[in-house]
Write a protein that binds this ligand. Structure first.
Ligand SMILES: *[C@@H]1O[C@H](CO)[C@@H](O)[C@H](O)[C@H]1NC(C)=O
Ligand SMILES: *[C@@H]1O[C@H](CO)[C@@H](O)[C@H](O)[C@H]1NC(C)=O
Ligand SMILES: *[C@@H]1O[C@H](CO)[C@@H](O)[C@H](O)[C@H]1NC(C)=O
Ligand SMILES: [Mg+2]
Length: 404
């Protein structure tokens, strides 16, 4: 019979339990034990159990962050053997064994919806807490803009994303633009935009009355995902930003504008890279600079910012705590830190650069299924390891970690 790590751990726990029971029965230690309150006994229990566990190194001392576009998906198709690679992170019982998250600069849908979609595309059970999107940090701005009129830009359901985060007074740029007659002189040539605005928003009138939109100043604009109608969005954002949040009126101080990422390019199913949110930002900024006395002030989130990687580490630590919930008392024990966190990405300037500048415990792995297509390493942002596919990356990690 082969005793693997799991069996040994279970035996250890049984032995510890027996030991405690024996102590309670008839030992000099009994007196002291009986003086302990019930709660305290529970603490001792969970402490011993968790010690037994961590000494056996059952709790993995590593975690993995997967970029999505160009690593696990191309458009809506899995790439690089991603479904099989991800399945290796689960035990035979189907429970998550190795902590991992998706760390994408993309977005446009609430995390729960994206998790469901990924689960279907990849054939595994992904929880919303494992999905970190470019716009996830917008949550931190709720207190500041909770009751202010804000505009959400981008493909998908940008307003739903912001509402889910707790912003109370949010309109998509489609809804917003539809309140201003003649704001987009090209609108008659793109009827699909107006149609979308009408059909999509049954609750529009209830959430923000039209009169408010025409009299209240927009306090902030959030570019949640890749903008769809660049000409209309640049026009309307310039209007908002130049007038202090009230298009068609006098100039005013520039409202804030936040971008979920600053990716110049990203990979889809088309053979060469496509223009991303960073390209849109440059277009907007150049036009704003040329038509306004002050230059555009803005904030970009997303990789390669160090804060994104630090946040991923915290999320992964919480994930470990929840995986080992049965044996681990979260209130009593410190969440241990990781020895290694792996970032698997396809974009040297975003994924690799971000992991590298964050430093310990990040280890960067570059795949060749997306933006990067080179033979050797990238010359400017060189990864710790270059592989062809995400499956190769996962095999490398599992082999390396089991050998430790
Ligand atoms: C929304 O309000 C406008 C004007 O205030 C009105 O014409 C329109 O019928 C309303 N739509 C709905 C769905 O209530
Ligand atoms: C906008 O103007 C600022 C200040 O002059 C400059 O730093 C920035 O590069 C300009 N942006 C673009 C895209 O031209
Ligand atoms: C948890 O760790 C921190 C710093 O590493 C330490 O200050 C704190 O006392 C620890 N808490 C417990 C309950 O061990
Ligand atoms: Mg990518």
């Amino acid at each position: 019979m082969v005793l693997d790590g799991e069996v040994i751990n279970k035996l250890t726990i049984v032995l510890v339990l027996l030991l405690i029971l024996k102590l309670q029965k008839g030992n000099p230690a009994t007196m002291r034990f009986h003086l302990l309150t019930k709660a305290r006994k529970r603490t001792v229990f969970s402490y011993l159990l968790s010690r037994a566990f961590s000494h056996r190194s059952e709790r993995p001392s590593f975690g993995i962050s997967f970029d999505i576009d160009g690593v696990v998906l191309l458009g809506n198709s899995p790439v690089g053997g991603s479904p099989g690679a991800l399945r290796k992170l689960y035990g035979v019982d189907g429970r998550l064994k190795i902590p991992y998250v998706f760390l994408t600069n993309g977005g446009g849908f609430p995390e729960a919806k994206r998790a469901l979609e990924l689960s279907q595309l990849l054939g595994i059970d992904i929880s919303p807490s494992q999905v970190l999107q470019g716009h996830s940090p917008f949550k931190q701005l709720v207190k500041r803009f909770e009751n202010d009129l804000i505009v959400a830009v981008g493909k998908g359901e940008p307003a739903a994303v912001m509402t889910e985060y707790g912003f109370k007074y949010v309109l998509s740029i489609d809804e917003y633009a539809s309140c201003f007659e003649n704001i987009d002189p090209l609108a008659p040539y793109k009827k699909w935009t107006t149609k979308l605005a009408v059909t999509q928003n049954s609750k529009f009138n209830e959430s923000v009355p039209r009169n408010d939109v025409l009299s209240k100043r927009v306090q902030a604009a959030f570019v949640v995902s890749d903008p769809v109608d660049w000409s209309r969005d640049i026009q309307v954002l310039c209007d908002i930003l130049k007038t202090g949040g009230l298009p068609g009126r006098n100039v005013g101080p520039q409202p804030h504008i936040y971008f979920a990422n600053d990716d110049l390019e990203y990979q889809t199913k088309f053979p060469s890279e496509r223009l991303g949110m960073g390209a849109f930002r440059i277009a907007l900024e150049s036009i704003f600079n040329r038509t306004h006395p002050h230059c555009l002030e803005y904030t970009c989130f997303g990789k390669p910012h160090t804060s994104v990687f630090k946040n991923a580490e915290i999320v992964l630590q919480k994930l470990v705590a929840s995986i080992y919930d049965d044996f681990y008392d979260k209130n009593e024990d410190n969440i241990s830190s990781f020895k290694t966190l792996y970032m698997i990405g396809d974009n040297p300037a975003v994924d690799i650069r971000g992991a590298r500048q964050t430093g310990h415990p990040w280890f960067s792995i570059l795949t060749r299924t997306g933006v990067f297509k080179g033979k050797e390493n990238h010359d400017k942002f060189s990864a710790d390891l270059v592989v062809d596919t995400v499956e190769e990356a996962v095999d490398y990690i599992l082999a390396k970690e089991s050998a430790l």
